[in-house]
Design a protein. Sequence first.
Length: 443
Amino acid sequence: PPAATRVSIIGTGYLGATHAVCMSELGFSVVGVDIDPGKVANLAAGRVPFFEPGLEELLRKNLDTGRLTFTTSFTDAAAADVHFLCVGTPQRPDSPAADLSHLVSAVDRLLAAGPKPGSLLVGKSTVPAGTAAALARRLATEAPLVGLAWNPEFLREGFAVEDTMRPDRLVLGLQADDGGRAEGMLRAIYASAIEAGTPLVLTDFATAELVKVAANAFLATKISFINAMAEICEATGGDVKTLAAALAHDARIGGRFLGAGVGFGGGCLPKDIRAFQARAAELGAGYAVGFLAEVDAINLRRRTRMAELTTELLGGSVAGRRVAVLGAAFKPNSDDIRDSPALDVANLLHRAGAVVTVTDPAAVPNARQRHPELSYADNAVQAATDADIVLHLTEWSDFREIDPVALASYVRTPTVIDGRNALDVARWRAAGWSYYALGRPRV
Ligand code: UDX
């Protein structure tokens, strides 16, 4: 029975907290370990310290079974049969490369606590290619009876539980010389997903590490491609939304991640394409992913373009003008503001002298902490009261459901820029709004 298999989750941030809850839901006995006592206390008390639909209910349910615990003690984690490494690998403050210090210190602590002989360490964090091989060399000298596998995580914020329980694929990077032990243990861990038909990719460490960064690089490229087409549409008077819809009819292209607008943000895509370039350069293959610099540049240009269009529509200067910003999270159904295009645009305008008021259904507390210089409102009406212009920058359904007739009565001037191409143009125009969007013709 799975409860006999003990699982530790090292690092209880977004990925780790979700993985811990889901592993426990599958019936395993799970301990989540983190050096941050605040995170541990929250999770142990049944509170998810970030916004993720459905996760808190599942956390509470599993805490009640007694199968799921959280601790700051690596000694408690050392008794597990399988350790999932789920720590963050953010961008370094001083370079585009990934910061692996959390990963290294997590392994230091686990090894110091004495993991069980025969246990398996499974890397889930997004890492530069070569990290797993280096870790394998370290284990070979310091803990030769502990196995290693690399099993990248592809979960999307907002769909974390669903993506963990039923991923698009399971990628297992394995060592050729362990007699199939790691594969056997991971097949047992993921038995329910495998039985449900989840495709399984068995490969080496380097390929497993690369699948993750390649997937994110491809998604980023797809978004920047359509945003580049938006720039061309702006130059020609074309309509990028119609263009994207027409492209999507070609099944080889497909319509997902072809949404033009202020571009991608978040804790993954931007840092992953930068770390990928840095790692490729270290390997002497920087030329192969040179195009990712352009993908990044196109993406960042959408933010300045948004600020420029705002300035233009306000007559050449935003100084002293009131700007309502709908959205602070980097995407809807999340309170994550890491590298958020919405807040970046808000800040550009604030620095140019605008009076910016931001609203978001979930991300205002995080935004307020990080950007105390901006003003915040509880809802769209409050944010838009007396506004000279309204910017729609994160496509929450709350914003799509705004009644433009009602909102028009609060603003000073009914001008909206739809930075996500998600509002119902006809409805907003019928309500008297001047509607503008990135990559679409003006009327
Ligand atoms: C991403 C990957 O999708 C996921 O597989 C990986 O594990 C982590 O990184 P996430 O960062 O949660 O997940 O967000 P995602 O849904 O991929 O969106 C990324 C960004 O792209 C958001 O800012 C979103 O607004 C933007 N985006 C997405 C677009 O601008 N246009 C689109 O068409 C789609």
